[in-house]
Design a protein around this ligand. Sequence first.
Ligand code: IPE
Ligand code: IPE
Ligand code: MG
Length: 226
Amino acid sequence: MNRAKHIAIIMDGNGRWAELQDKKRVKGHEAGAKVVKEITTYCSNNDEIERLTLYAFSTENWKRPRLEVEFLMKLLDNYLKKELPVYLQNNVRFEPIGDIRAFSKSLQKTIKMVEEKTAHCDGLVQSLALNYGSQDEIIRAVNTLKSAETENITLEMLNNALDCKHDVDLLIRTGGDKRLSNFLLWQAAYAELFFIDTLWPDFTTKELEKIIKKFKKIERRFGGLK
Ligand code: IPE
Ligand code: IPE
Ligand code: MG
């Protein structure tokens, strides 16, 4: 049976969840943050899951109204500060991916603080994708390798130059759309994809358990034969 060592989730549908209840979109983001905590805690208690990578803010999300972007930045800052004890309690290491240099100095400081304070944790690795886009990640990796003056870039070299160096086993997108929206395009080369209609704030550990159960039974061939 397959092991879901690395689970990646496109947490989509916060805005629609709020609008359905006549609330402001930002209320959906607040509700979504609670689910991040629940799902992370669940994964940290499941021995087979080593990594959980969550898409929190894409390189394209800057196109949103300024107030929504500002709210998301504040929410992230508050979330990280508030959840630090929970990361430590659950032995979760926080490893952000994405180009956080675009964020304010104070948010960068919070991100680095939580990364440093959880660096010794050897349970689940929770990666939040922050100002992350796969294309941007690959371009930054190629530029790093270019300045290293290597002759032929190998698959291993490129892989190691990426923010996320780990193949995804199971990729889930909530919110009903069937697209990757620039998330882990390289790492998901052989991931099993699950697109579900549930909006992120309604996503539960029960639903995740069901998906993992289905994932376990899939025959993964990686181009070979049975
Ligand atoms: C995902 O929810 C969260 C972020 C992109 C930050 P959305 O905000 O995209 O919610 P919908 O898709 O508009 O419902
Ligand atoms: C993907 O959701 C990004 C995150 C979940 C952070 P979007 O809502 O930004 O994606 P599109 O615009 O529907 O492709
Ligand atoms: Mg969306």
